[in-house]
Design a protein. Structure first.
Length: 66
């Protein structure tokens, strides 16, 4: 599978994609003290899908500081 350069490129893109989304989602979950979400996202590998859902639908929206 990884002997083909095109497959290797796709695989590397998916790894980078997933790591970026996972990093942002884990950071938000930690800041929001969402322990269950943090553990699930840390263990589950969904190529960024679960992380995107958490970021856009379940993470708390921060209001303006004042």
């Amino acid at each position: 599978f990884l002997n083909n350069p095109a497959n290797m490129t796709i695989y590397m893109f998916l790894i980078i994609w997933a790591l970026c989304w996972k990093g942002v989602a884990l950071w938000k979950a930690a800041r929001n003290e969402s322990k269950v979400w943090y553990i699930v996202m840390l263990v589950a590998n969904t190529v960024g899908i679960l992380e995107i859902i958490y970021i856009f639908f379940f993470s708390k929206k921060k209001g303006p500081k004042g």
